[in-house]
Design a protein around this ligand. Structure first.
Ligand code: SF4
Length: 881
C-alpha cells in the first residue's frame, strides 16, 4: 500500500492529505483512500467534508484528455504551435498588450512562475491576472498600504492563543472549515476565549459567537473607525508602539472621529459591547475574508482593521494580529509569485525601476514589462472592446464567476482567439475555446502551494497522468519556447522551476522584501520531492515565524502606516426598481464552479439545488412560499433559484451561492446578476452587495426526476445533481407539457418504445412515471402543479440497486424512515433522522446526536447545522442546557 503526502486542492487553509493507493485490480482512481495528514501543521489530521470526499471527485468521467482545436482532437504539437503562432501574430500586429493570460489560484506556484515569466518577462505585458483578484486582492492592497508588502503577519496558532477572535465577513465554518474546527476546539478547551462574528448574515459560523454583529452591508469601515475612536478615548492605544513604529496615527484618528457610526445599523449596546471587549482584550485576532475583500471599498475595510491593530501594537505576537484568510489553495502562492497584474514576482513592485532592473537582469528579459497590466474585470472589458485579441484562460471559469458574467460570455464569443487549459471541457468557459488544452488534475501533478499562514507545502502526484494531459507549467513553457524564448523556458521539472524562483526571491530579500525563500534555491530534486511544510521566509538566518512584532515594517520609513479613512457604502444602493441587496458566497460542500465537487453524490446531497435565501417578511410580501422559485433580476442578468426562507438574512437582503453554472442549472449563474463594480485600489469586484429585484417565478408545473443516465432538460427552470447510481433533477415549466410520457422520454433520452409505469391524477395535475428494466429503475418523474413534495433522499437511493416497486408514492414505506436532506455528508445522516433523535430520544446536545448517529463526529462541518436543528426542535431543552 503506497501512501503519498500531499495537500488539499480546495480552500486556503491548505490541509495536508494522505492519499493511499489500496491494493486491488480496479482503476487507481477507484482504489484511493484519503485521510488527513496528522503531521501537517495546518490541519493536524483533520479534514472537512470536501477534503474527506476527495477520492469521489478524481474519476475520469468528463475529463478532457486530448488537445482540441475547434472541437476536434489534435496533437500537442499542432495545438501548442497554433497557440504560439497566434499569440506571436497578435503581438506583432497589435503589440504585447493585445494578449492576456487569466489564470487561477488552482495553479501550483511553479505553474504561476512560468506563466508570469512568459507574460511579464518575455511577451512584455503586465496582462496576467488571476481569479484570486476576485478573492483577496483587497487584502493585498491593504497589506501593501499598511505594511509596505503583502504580508500576513500571523499564524493559525494565533487563533488558538487569542482571548478574543473577531471574524469579519467570514463564514469560516463553511469556507475554511478546518480552521473553524480548530477555533471550536480552542474555545471548548478554554471557554473564556470570546468569539465575535461581524456579518450582515447570521451564518453557521455564528454558532460559536458570544456576540454577533449583523451590520449593514458596506459599513465595516465605519465600525472599525468607531472602534479606533473608542480605543483612543479609553486610553487603549499603545502610544510607545505608535510613536516608534507607526505613521499616520493622528490623521487616521481624526478621520475616524469624522465618520458616521450610525450607518452600521447596529444598536448602541451592541457597539459598546464589541468596543469594550476589543479594547479590554490584549490578545485579539481579527480574521477577515471575502465579506471584507469583495467590496468597492474592500481595501479601505482592510486598512480600517489594520489601523486598530497598529494603534494598539496588537500585531506579530502570539494570539494577536489581523488575519486575512484566502479562498483558494494557492491564492497566497499566486500573490508571492506575481500572479496579479500589478506585481512582479517575489513581492517586487512593477512601479519600482530598481526592482524591474533586477528581475530583467535575473531573467535576461530585456523586454520585461514597464507597467502593470489589466486587472480581471478590466481585462475582460478589453476583450469585449477588442483591444485584447487573444487570451489564455487557465483553470478558471470567468463566464460563471466574473460579475456581469453574460457580458464576459459575449466578450469571449467575439474574441479572435481563446485558449482554455482545464481538466474538463464541460465548463461554461471551456465551451467557448478555440483551443482546449487538457491539464493535469489534482493527484496527477507536482508542485508547491502556499496557504493562508505562509506555509509552503508540496502537492504530489499519486495518480498516473490520464490520456494526453500535461501539467500547466509544461504547456506554458513549451509555448514560451515556441514563441522564441527557448533558453528562458528550458525547464525540465517543477523542482527546476522552484529553484529558480527561490533564487529570485533572494534578490527580493536583498531589496528588503519580506518574501525570501532563497535558502531553498539549492535544494536537490530529492530534497524537493521530500520538502516538508515550511512557512516563509526561509533564509540563511530565519525560517517562518511572525512578522511585525518587532515594529519593523517594509515601508520606506520602516513604520506601519495607518490610513485616514471614511466609510463608503456600496456603489449601488437599493431603490424602487431593485430593492434588495444581493449577497453571494460559498456553501459548505461545493467548491467554486463545481467541476470536481459536483462529481460526489455525497457532497451534492447537502444542498442539491441553487437557492435564494430571503427573510420571512420579504417572502411574505412577495407571496413566496418555501420551495417556490424566485426570479432574481438586475440590469445585467437574471437567475432563477429555489426559495429558502430564513431569518439568517436580514429584511431587504438576499443571499445566493456562487457555485452553480450553465452545466448544472438553467439560470443560476448568480454573477450574471452582479454589477461589475470594483474597488478603485484593489480592482476587486463588489460581489457581496449588488442590487436586485426578486419576483416569484410563475411556474404551473414542477417536477422532480431521477435517472441513471444524465438527463437532457428542456425547461425554463432545471437543476441537476449527481445521485448514487445516476442523477436527480428539479424542473419547472411556465405551462404544463402536453404529453408527460413524451416529455419524460425526451428528458431521459429514452426511445419511443420505452413504456413507463404511471400514476396520474389529471384533474389535480399530478403525473408520476417510472421506467424500469427488470427490477432496475432507469428513470422516474414526479410532476405536479406545486413544488413536488416527495422524499428526495429516499428516491435518490432508488437508483443504486434494486428499486422499490412502490416508489411512485414518493415516500418510503413505514418500515423505512425517510432520512430527509443530508446534513452530515461524512455519514450521510439526514435532517429527518436528526429531528427524530431529538424528538424521540430527547437528544439535545451536538455530542449526544454524534454519539447516537455519528453525525458531526468526523469532519465536524455539519455541527452548526445540528445545533440549529436542536435549537429549532428542542427549544426548551436548549434553554435549560
Ligand atoms: Fe480542504 Fe477542507 Fe482543509 Fe479547506 S478546510 S483545505 S477544503 S480539507
Amino acid at each position: 500500500m503506497t501512501t503519498v503526502r500531499t495537500t488539499c486542492p480546495y480552500c486556503g487553509v491548505g490541509c495536508g492529505v494522505k492519499a493511499q493507493l489500496l491494493p486491488g485490480d480496479g482503476a487507481p482512481e477507484d482504489r484511493i483512500a484519503i485521510t488527513g495528514d496528522p503531521d501537517h501543521p495546518a490541519n493536524l489530521g483533520r479534514l472537512c467534508s470536501k477534503g474527506s470526499a476527495l477520492a469521489e471527485t478524481i474519476w475520469l468521467q468528463d475529463r478532457l484528455l486530448a488537445p482540441k482545436v475547434n472541437g476536434v482532437d489534435t496533437s500537442w504539437d499542432s495545438a501548442l504551435q497554433l497557440v504560439a503562432d497566434r499569440f506571436n501574430a497578435v503581438i506583432d500586429e497589435h503589440g504585447p498588450d493585445a494578449v492576456a493570460f487569466y489564470v487561477s489560484g488552482q495553479f501550483l506556484t511553479e505553474d504561476y512562475y512560468v506563466a508570469n515569466k512568459l507574460m511579464k518577462g518575455f511577451i512584455g505585458s503586465g496582462n496576467i491576472d488571476t481569479n484570486s483578484r476576485l478573492c483577496m486582492a483587497s487584502s493585498v492592497a491593504g497589506h501593501k498600504r499598511a505594511f509596505g508588502t503583502d504580508t500576513v503577519p500571523g499564524l493559525y496558532t494565533d487563533l488558538e492563543e487569542a482571548d478574543l477572535v473577531v471574524l469579519v465577513g467570514s463564514n469560516l465554518a463553511w469556507c475554511h472549515p478546518v480552521l473553524y474546527q480548530r477555533l471550536v476546539a480552542a474555545k471548548t478547551a478554554r471557554p473564556d476565549l470570546k468569539v465575535v462574528t461581524v456579518d450582515p448574515r447570521r451564518t453557521a459560523t455564528a454558532d460559536i459567537a458570544d456576540l454577533h454583529l449583523g451590520l449593514t452591508p458596506g459599513s465595516d469601515v465605519a465600525l472599525f473607525n468607531g472602534l479606533l475612536v473608542h480605543l483612543h478615548e479609553q486610553g487603549a492605544v499603545d502610544t510607545g508602539f505608535v510613536l516608534d513604529h507607526v505613521s499616520g496615527f493622528d490623521e487616521a484618528v481624526t478621520a475616524a472621529y469624522g465618520d458616521d457610526l450610525s450607518v452600521t445599523g447596529l444598536a448602541p449596546a451592541e457597539l459598546e459591547a464589541f468596543f469594550r471587549l476589543w479594547a479590554g482584550t490584549r490578545k485579539v485576532v481579527t480574521l477577515y475574508s471575502q465579506g471584507v475583500n469583495q467590496s468597492s471599498s474592500g481595501a479601505d475595510k482592510v486598512n480600517a482593521i489594520l489601523n486598530c491593530h497598529l494603534a494598539t501594537g496588537r500585531i506579530g505576537h502570539p494570539g494577536t494580529g489581523p488575519f486575512s484568510v484566502t479562498g483558494q489553495p494557492n491564492a497566497m502562492g499566486g500573490r508571492e509569485v506575481g500572479g496579479l497584474a500589478n506585481m512582479l514576482a517575489c513581492h517586487l513592485d512593477i512601479e519600482d525601476p530598481a526592482h524591474r532592473d533586477a528581475v530583467r537582469t535575473f531573467w535576461d528579459a530585456p523586454g520585461l514589462t514597464e507597467t502593470a497590466g489589466l486587472k480581471a474585470v478590466d481585462m475582460f472589458r478589453a476583450v469585449a472592446d477588442g483591444s485584447i485579441k487573444a487570451i489564455w484562460i487557465a483553470h478558471t471559469n470567468p463566464v460563471v464567476t466574473l460579475p456581469e458574467a453574460d457580458a464576459v460570455k459575449a466578450a469571449l464569443q467575439a474574441c479572435d482567439f481563446v485558449v482554455v487549459s482545464d481538466i474538463t471541457a464541460r465548463a461554461d468557459t471551456a465551451r467557448l475555446a478555440d483551443v482546449l488544452l487538457p491539464a493535469s488534475a489534482w493527484g496527477e501533478k507536482d508542485g508547491t502551494v502556499t496557504n493562508s499562514e505562509r506555509c509552503i507545502s508540496r502537492q504530489r502526484a499519486f495518480l498516473p497522468a490520464p490520456g494526453d494531459t500535461r501539467p500547466d507549467w509544461a504547456m506554458m513553457a513549451e509555448v514560451g519556447r515556441r514563441m522564441g524564448h527557448a533558453r528562458a523556458f528550458d525547464f525540465a521539472s517543477p523542482a527546476e522551476i522552484f529553484r529558480e524562483y527561490a533564487a529570485l526571491s533572494g534578490i527580493a530579500g536583498r531589496f528588503g522584501r519580506d518574501f525570501d525563500i532563497s535558502a531553498l534555491a539549492g535544494i536537490t530534486d530529492t530534497e524537493y520531492a521530500d520538502l516538508q511544510p515550511v512557512r516563509w521566509p526561509v533564509t540563511g538566518v530565519r525560517t517562518g515565524g511572525r512578522f511585525f512584532g518587532d515594529g519593523a515594517f517594509f515601508t520606506p520609513d520602516g513604520k506601519g502606516r495607518m490610513l485616514a479613512l471614511q466609510n463608503r457604502l456600496p456603489a449601488a444602493m437599493p431603490d424602487a426598481d431593485f430593492p434588495f441587496v444581493l449577497n453571494t458566497g460559498r456553501i459548505r460542500d461545493q467548491w467554486h464552479t463545481m467541476t470536481r465537487t459536483a462529481k460526489s453524490p455525497r457532497l451534492s446531497a447537502h444542498l442539491a439545488e441553487p437557492f435564494l435565501e430571503i427573510h420571512p417578511a420579504d417572502a411574505g410580501n412577495l407571496g413566496l412560499k418555501p420551495a417556490d422559485l424566485a426570479q432574481v433580476d438586475s440590469p445585467h442578468g437574471r437567475a432563477i433559484l429555489r426559495v429558502r426562507i430564513t431569518d439568517s438574512v436580514q429584511p431587504g437582503q438576499v443571499f445566493a451561492p456562487m457555485h452553480w453554472t450553465g452545466e448544472n442549472a438553467s439560470a443560476a449563474r448568480i454573477d450574471a446578476v452582479v454589477a461589475a463594480v470594483t474597488d478603485p485600489v484593489s480592482g476587486q469586484p463588489e460581489t457581496k452587495a449588488a442590487v436586485a429585484r426578486v419576483t416569484k417565478f410563475q411556474a404551473q408545473s414542477f417536477a422532480f426526476a431521477l435517472s441513471v443516465a444524465e438527463p437532457a432538460p428542456d425547461a425554463p427552470y432545471w437543476a441537476r445533481a449527481r445521485a448514487r447510481g445516476g442523477w436527480r433533477t428539479e424542473l419547472a415549466w411556465a405551462t404544463p407539457p402536453a404529453d408527460w410520457t413524451e416529455t419524460a422520454r425526451a428528458l431521459f433520452g429514452l426511445p419511443d418504445t420505452a413504456q413507463p409505469i404511471t400514476v396520474s391524477d389529471p384533474a389535480r395535475g399530478i403525473h408520476r412515471l417510472a421506467f424500469f428494466e427488470g427490477q432496475k429503475l432507469v428513470a422516474a418523474l414526479f410532476a405536479g402543479p406545486e413544488p413536488v413534495a416527495v422524499s428526495r433522499q429516499y428516491l435518490a437511493g432508488q437508483l443504486d440497486g434494486a428499486a422499490d416497486l412502490g416508489l411512485l408514492s414518493g415516500q418510503p414505506g413505514a418500515d423505512r424512515p425517510d432520512p430527509g436532506a443530508i446534513v452530515c455528508s461524512c455519514f450521510e445522516v439526514g435532517v429527518n433522522t436528526i429531528r427524530s433523535a431529538i424528538a424521540e430520544q430527547g437528544l439535545v446536545t451536538v455530542e449526544a446526536i454524534g454519539a447516537a448517529l455519528r453525525a458531526g463526529t468526523n469532519c465536524g462541518s455539519c455541527r452548526p447545522e445540528i445545533r440549529a436543528l436542536i435549537e429549532a426542535n428542542a427549544p426548551n431543552q436548549m434553554a435549560a442546557e
